[in-house]
Design a protein around this ligand. Sequence first.
Ligand code: F6R
Length: 258
Amino acid sequence: MHIRIFRNKSIASDFIANLIVDKINSEKEFNLGLATGSTYLETYKNLVDAYKKNNVSFEKVKTFNLDEYLDIDRNHPQTYYHFMRTHLFNDIDIERKNIFFPPVDTHVYFHSFDDIIKRNKGIDLQLLGIGNNGHIGFNEPGTIFNSKTHLIQLDQSTREQNKRFFNDNIDAVPHYAVTMGIQTIMQAKEIIITAFGEKKAEIVNNMIYGRVSEMIPATILQNHSNVTVVLDLEAASVILRKRGWQDENNFYKLQNSY
Ligand code: F6R
């Protein structure tokens, strides 16, 4: 795992957006895996800005979102489809046919999403956030590592974490979602996992240095050959406290700009 620590989340988000822009511009086609939640809001804003400044076009880009809630209307403001439209898709030149979400129609096999990804030649770069309980996508603790896209019951802790998007009303947060599986995620050619804020500091430490275990899904990323962990100083606080600025594999460098 490559670990990059930035002074704050704005600088980190600049880094991620610029990396994505460079990759899109250097490839004929690019398949980008997307996450929702708060972590990538600034990255998406930067991507919109880059598009508006003509620094990038999304015409050749296909996107694959990690997850979607079940049992809420597709146009509900809290669906992840709606989130992505609001924060990215509506403001860039991506073609609607190139936007892919896990199927939430119960007549469709959920793992058909894996076939769609394969047919489109796989995900070049997958963006991930991390839950306070170590989830990636909505793969909650205990999800088997060889899972494909599947239906999942959300942990109470995840529903608590996400109630802020539902006017702090836990009862409004759906109980079920469809998520890319862990195997699906691990098949991405490259992964960026990002965490901001002190609340994530402990789980970030466990993800990087803990024993690989299905009880902390993000630990599986230790076995992927091309993962970059992007952190602000607060999310890095536990690893820095425990290891200083260097460990056996990584030399951490504080980046004030990228
Ligand atoms: C969202 C997703 C989740 C979030 C994670 C972090 O599509 O798959 O795994 O990335 O819960 O959420 P935030 O960014 O809100 O801290």
